[in-house]
Design a binder for this molecule. Sequence first.
Ligand SMILES: Cc1cc2nc3c(=O)[nH]c(=O)nc-3n(C[C@H](O)[C@H](O)[C@H](O)COP(=O)(O)OP(=O)(O)OC[C@H]3O[C@@H](n4cnc5c(N)ncnc54)[C@H](O)[C@@H]3O)c2cc1C
Ligand code: FES
Length: 252
Amino acid sequence: MNQLRLPQALKINEIKVENATTKTFILDGALDAQPGQFVMAWLPGMEDKPFSLANNNPISLTVAAVGPFSRALHNLQAGDRLWVRGPLGKGYSLSGDSSGHILLIGGGYGVAPLHFLTRRAPASGCRVSAIIGARSASDLLLVNAFKSLGVSLWLTTEDGSVGQQGLATDAISSVLADSEIRPKTVYTCGPTGMLQAVAARCKAENIPVQAGWEAQMRCGIGVCGSCEVGQGWLTCLDGPVFSFDPVETSPL
Ligand SMILES: Cc1cc2nc3c(=O)[nH]c(=O)nc-3n(C[C@H](O)[C@H](O)[C@H](O)COP(=O)(O)OP(=O)(O)OC[C@H]3O[C@@H](n4cnc5c(N)ncnc54)[C@H](O)[C@@H]3O)c2cc1C
Ligand code: FES
C-alpha cells in the first residue's frame, strides 16, 4: 500500500449504485490510510474535489451527485479513469476506546467514512453502535453493509418511512439510556447542523466527540487557505476530523 503525493490515474473497477443520488466508486489501487482521511479527486478540465475514503483497500469513494464534479463522476463507467492524490488530513483515532463501546452517528454520505471506521474497530477491541439518518428510507446508505459487520443499528428518517421518525440526533437518547452500550466516544460525520447538534448533546453528557467537518478545499495540503475556519484552523491539515469545534475553538 502507498501514498499518492501527485495525482495518479486509477482505473474504476466497479461502480455500486447506493441510492438514487449516490454511487460508490471502487478503484484499482490501495492507500495506507485512516478512516476520516480524504483524497483529492480530479477529472480533466475540472477542479480537484475532496472525498472521504469509504475504504482504503481498494480505494473506494461514496459520492452524492450534487454539482458539476460529482455529476461528471457519476457519468463515468467501470474501466474509466479517475485521478486521485492522498490520503490527506487527519482521520479518526480509536486509541483510548479499547474494549469499550463507541457510537457512530452519520448523515448523508457521512456514513461512508464511518463504515470504514467500523471495519477498523474490532482490531481496537471496540464494540460499535451506529445511528444512520436520512430524509427517507430510499436515502439511507450502507444499512446492510453496517448490519453485516454486526453493528447495533438505529435508523432514523425525517418522514418516518423506516426506523424512528426524526433526525439522527433524536436517536441518541435511546442509545445513552442503555447503560450496557453507553459509548466512550462518539464519532460523527454529516451535515454541519448535525455535527453541532451531536456535539451539544455529547457535551451535556460529558462524552468526547470526534467529528468530520467539511469546508471548501482547493489544494488539500495546507497551502491555499481556502479551507480555513475559526482562528486559523485548516480543515485539510488540522482536520477534517476535529475533537474540538474549529469555528469556536472550544471542546466538542
Ligand atoms: C473533507 C471532505 C470530504 C468530503 N467527502 C465527500 C464524500 O465522501 N462524498 C461526497 O459526495 N462529497 C464529499 N465531499 C464534498 C465534495 O468535495 C464536493 O463538495 C461535492 O461533491 C460537490 O462538488 P460538485 O463540484 O459536484 O458541486 P458544487 O458545485 O461544489 O456544489 C453544487 C451545489 O450543491 C451544493 N452541495 C454541495 N454538497 C452538497 C450535499 N452534500 N448535499 C446537497 N447539496 C450539496 C453546493 O452548496 C452547491 O450549491 C467532501 C468534502 C470535504 C471537504
Ligand atoms: S485546501 Fe488549501 S489550505 Fe486547505
